[in-house]
Design a binder for this molecule. Structure first.
Ligand code: 5AD
Ligand code: SF4
Length: 459
């Protein structure tokens, strides 16, 4: 078999796209390698959400140039959002590259590689799918890997929101949902191969089902349908938009046992004028009311968010509103970014830019505050029993396993390797909290001690 080296930048959608390319390439005779020098095909799946991501990819491309020069038969390709955004320009900047394809080119990766080989010329493919809905054709036959205990499933792609700062509507195109039946089939298959937790993915998951489906299904109904799949122990979804967050979805949190007590709901700013400038289409009051309603049905729900600081014209007091909101909601976790201007977006033309040093200062303040909030909440869990889905054995000396609880805390814990395997849901007593990680010890499963005594064990 030929070898393919795949590298991924950016969000979970990109990770899922890379997995999909791995699968399609496996069916056409490529096996994944971790060694770039051994590869016949090198694909870098790119991100363009912020300027930093873009710069990283250009420097990686430059580093790959000598490899391509010493091994001209190797095919070097760039896929994903930066590839979509730059298209032909990417080739002009990096003429040693063989293929440039956007996120909608994933399904066509095998054909594009064939075209590169046949024509002996670089190929650029950045057109969006013209289909009104979104399909991921099932592949029959062998697969290179079984999923781990946690598997990601795309349910919708693209975004129609056009927040003023965001490049996603331009790189991933219009919102398109997958038929519910196709999603259920994929999840059943993943569960039969070992997945215990499913994370539904989309740039905007709760816009699911709004249009285009042959069999219209609203998002909350999809959650009920998936939750009834036998063998599934936990269900999550990322990322939601406050504007699409319905009352029915809150009820689903109350009713569906396996729906994890966690919500990732980006707020971006704690100030209404800035939210309006960002065209977020919701107010702080609406955001708080969703969280309060969720807390009314699930008092221990974990809330995480995305925050941008230094949006054009953001004043000091408007920034402080973001800090106040963080204190008020007490986010478990925040993904915090300093605003960066993106091509094609309306915000790139906005005047009154916040200086780099002020942006850095504000970012540091949000990071420090979130650190404190996370630590305070972690400390409150010490001494409590939590349910952890075991994801893998641990690489750390002082713990045996790692996993996550429903609120999405990462948990390292000690436990008996004869008794626990990845995919198990175990009770853990929390003994310490550092940063985003809880530490603890698995509680003995009922009857286990007796069993070991009967077997003559000293433990
Ligand atoms: N600058 C900084 N952060 C951004 N994000 C999106 N676009 C930008 C930008 N231009 C952040 C938002 C979004 C997350 C995925 O990335 O917070 O929710
Ligand atoms: Fe970007 Fe806004 Fe769409 Fe999120 S909702 S992907 S921030 S445009």
């Amino acid at each position: 078999m030929k070898q393919v080296y795949l590298d991924t930048f950016g969000c979970q959608m990109n990770v899922a796209d890379t997995d999909r390319m791995e699968l399609l390439l496996f069916h056409s005779g490529y096996i994944r390698t971790g060694e770039v020098q051994d590869a016949d095909l090198v694909l870098i799946n790119t991100c363009s959400i912020r300027d930093k991501a873009e710069q990283k990819i250009y420097s990686l491309a430059k580093n790959l140039k000598p490899l391509k020069e010493t091994n001209p038969d190797m095919i070097l390709g760039f896929t994903g959002c930066l590839a979509q955004q730059e298209g032909e320009r990417f080739l002009e900047k990096m003429p040693f590259v063989d293929l440039v394809i956007g996120p909608d080119g994933v399904e066509h990766i095998v054909q594009v590689i064939k075209d590169v080989k046949d024509k002996k010329l670089p190929v650029v493919r950045t057109q969006f799918d013209t289909d009104t809905n979104y399909q991921i054709p099932e592949l029959s036959g062998e697969t290179p890997l079984n999923p781990g205990p946690t598997a990601f499933v795309n349910i919708i792609k693209g975004c129609d929101k056009f927040c003023t700062f965001c490049v996603v509507p331009f790189t991933r195109g219009r919102e398109k949902s997958r038929e519910a039946e196709e999603i259920e089939q994929e999840i059943k298959l993943l569960v039969s191969r070992g997945a215990r937790e499913i994370i539904l993915l989309g740039q905007n998951v709760n816009a699911y089902g709004k249009r285009g489906l042959k069999q219209p299904v609203p998002f909350h109904e999809l959650l009920y349908r998936i939750a009834s799949i036998p063998g599934l122990k936990r269900l999550r979804f990322i990322t939601s938009h406050p504007k699409d967050f319905t009352r029915e979805c809150i009820t689903a949190y109350r009713d569906i046992d396996i729906l994890a007590n966690h919500i990732h709901l980006p707020v971006q700013s704690g100030n209404n004028r800035i939210l309006k400038e960002m065209r977020r289409m919701h107010t702080i009051e609406e955001y708080i009311s969703i969280i309060e309603e969720l807390k009314a049905v699930l008092p221990d729900i974990g809330v995480s968010t995305d925050i941008i600081v230094g949006y054009p014209s953001e004043s000091e007091s408007e920034f402080e509103d973001t800090l106040s909101l963080m204190e008020k909601i007490k986010f478990n976790n925040s993904y915090m970014f300093s605003y960066s201007s993106r091509p094609n977006t309306p915000a790139q033309y906005f005047p009154d830019l916040v200086s780099q040093s002020v942006k850095s200062d504000r970012l540091q303040k949000t990071i420090q505050l979130q650190k404190r909030l996370t630590l305070e909440q972690g400390k409150k869990i010490i001494g409590k029993e939590i349910e952890v889905l075991v994801e893998s054995e641990s690489f750390k000396n002082d713990s045996d396993f790692r996993g996550r609880n429903a609120q999405y805390w990462s948990v390292n814990f000690t436990g008996d390797k004869r008794q626990i395997v990845p995919g198990d849901m175990v009770k853990v007593i929390v003994e310490d909290a550092t940063g985003h990680v809880l530490k603890g010890r698995a509680l003995l499963l009922k009857g286990y001690k007796k069993l070991m005594v009967a077997a003559g064990s000293k433990t």
